[in-house]
Design a protein around this ligand. Sequence first.
Ligand code: ZN
Length: 180
Amino acid sequence: MYPDESIVMCEKVSKKEKIEAEAHELMHILLNKQGLLRVVSKYEGKNEFLAMEINNAISHKILISRLRNDYNIESELHLKENTNSLSTILRNIEEPHSNNDTNLLKEIGVRLYDIYRTISEIEKEIIEIVSTNQLVESFFQMAKEILSRITIDSSKEVQLKTIKLFLLEIDVEPRSFYYQ
Ligand SMILES: [Zn+2]
């Protein structure tokens, strides 16, 4: 799901994968209705992808286990796509211009944390990628340390405080976002 909440579905997926993908997006909406906060950028074109990565990093672990436990729906497609995206992520980090694009490295750090906490089989691979860039590593570590404190049982106040703390730690202004 993209920051504007549009849902893009590839044509090349099987029926089972299509159900998985639709259930995934519906569960995002359900978790939000049940109190898991969403971060939304106030300014179009600015921090939108960071907001998306933060939302994903907070929700995916809960989302995947809820789909499995409550609805008997696996997340094979999602996990496969995330695993496959690692080589692209590494390439993005290694692009010469990336080093001057701190915003991009923040998004990448949070994204790698999202993948790290949902696919334990490739933890080692992710740590290797993370360690190729000092900034990515520090953003990843901060996401791991701070965003992981949010659970489905966290009150809105605790979630708000935690997300704002994380944003401050990665030098992003918390007032640039709505919290819904
Ligand atoms: Zn998702």
